[in-house]
Design a protein around this ligand. Sequence first.
Ligand SMILES: [Zn+2]
Length: 601
Amino acid sequence: MAIRYTVVPKNPEAHLFEVTCTVVEPDPAGERFALPAWIPGSYLVRDFARHIVSIRAESGGHEVALEKLDKQTWRAAPCTRPVVVTATVYAWDLSVRGAHLDTTHGFFNGTSVFLRVHGREHERCEVEIRRPAGARYRAWRVATALARDGAPAQGFGRYAAADYDELIDHPVEMGTFALVRFEACGIPHEVAITGRHDADLGRLRRDLARLCETQIRFWHGSRAGRAGGPKLPFDRYVFLVTAIGEGYGGLEHRASTALLCSRDDLPEAGGGEPGESYRTFLGLASHEYFHTWNVKRLKPAAFASYDLERENYTTLLWAFEGITSYYDDLLLVRSGLIAEKDYVEILGRSVTNLLRTAGRHVQTVADASFDAWIKYYRPDENTPNAQVSYYLKGSLVALALDLTIRAETQGRKSLDDVMRLLWRRYKKGGADYTGVDEDDVLAAAEEASGLSLERVLREWTEGTRDPDFGRLLAPFGIDFERRPALDKPHFALLGCTLAAGGEAKVTHVYDGAPAQSAGLSGGDVLLAVDGLRVTADNIDKRLARYLPGDTIDVHAFRRDELMTFRLQVGAQPPPKFLLKPDPKSPRHAATLRRRWLGQAG
Ligand SMILES: [Zn+2]
């Protein structure tokens, strides 16, 4: 007997979903129900049960006692007839990780609304998604990759999943979204865009189709989608896009993704060539789509079957997030959606960001992965000094590994081969799936390339040594130039960052920088530089006339107390790395570069 659910947007004005979970043959000892503590893909305990406003149980028309066992688990008193648990869930989290409901749309992840029935996670789940009551909701439709089980296309009604894991892996959007459809290698794709926007849907359709085809062929070869070609791991894919004023985020799922973006990131209908923020949007879409393989079906051992009640530790997020971050932009250039010189410039920015992060000397990328649960999602003013991002460093370790393999095999092998070997060997199969172990990535890299890579890879992932990017890029005809970063004087001269706009509030003070030596701290509000008022908007103009070695008096508020700090501007501003393809590179370098960045197929 399937576990049955209903989701009703009961009171959109108050942001309340009413959800039920019915177990036809409950455990005679009392059925236990729980909501996950976290959502796969976002490694922080979020305690979704805190949004349950009220919960009750009934059986055969009679109320059944519901005992709360811990922060997220309830046990219904034993009953012999079907038991129905009804919960009211508050949904006002406009992120890709939670649930959101108002009179304009509804969105939910299964982790926010579907109670897990203990011990019955492998049973089929049936869901009825109901339209909210009232005339204003007549035009609402539904977008989700959940399999329809009677519901019309884009309609309210019945959906189903093979088990609980699948049930919570298909977010659902409802409302009056714009819908775009395309096929990539024969697989139907949909893009549902929620929120007011003026997007050029034709452009979006064309660009995403190219990107998705490039990715499918990356994993499955050029015969993907052709008659007699390889079997693909999903038969439909949905992009759920929410466009807002300011926002950025994405979460991957097995056959869909939820993306949050600024409406200005989307290409404007009737506008000119879209700018850099569209590239950022495409990079986000590319990232989450790549996860369809790398992390959703090729998984670290710790995620082979999730424990949804607590943290699931792995040292491999650098590979699953970092390698995905490496390929997200790389596959844009290989799809022809961005130019080679733009891609190389993006790499330069990433290298600059990493080599400015003092925390990379303190935390290894393996440790950053393991501690994601307590550190990555909880950044504070000391983060740059104590941590390294497994996204950023992971993507640059992937770059370093790829360049090493390509250079040492004269372009015959690459990280692409490593990924495809991992895919063939470790893609998710049956219930006995064990996932990718700590050393499997290294072993696959060595096997696919025929090279000995243990020393360098361990240095980069379990040690804190920087890859030598200049040396690694040279064989590909990429100029690697180090310059002093003088474009933001408050950063170059003081060594701190500021919150955007308004008062000059310090966000981070870098280790060893003049601001730190003088005693300035994150949270301080800078008021004046040498007696002249400063704000976040004018401080760089004020500081532009200072030179290394100068002394500056800074007035600032801390805990509402006025304080004075005397700073000596450092002699060595932080570096900035500029990367450019050299048009005059020798032929073998140009060939290596083309094989790396050139358009696929
Ligand atoms: Zn990711």
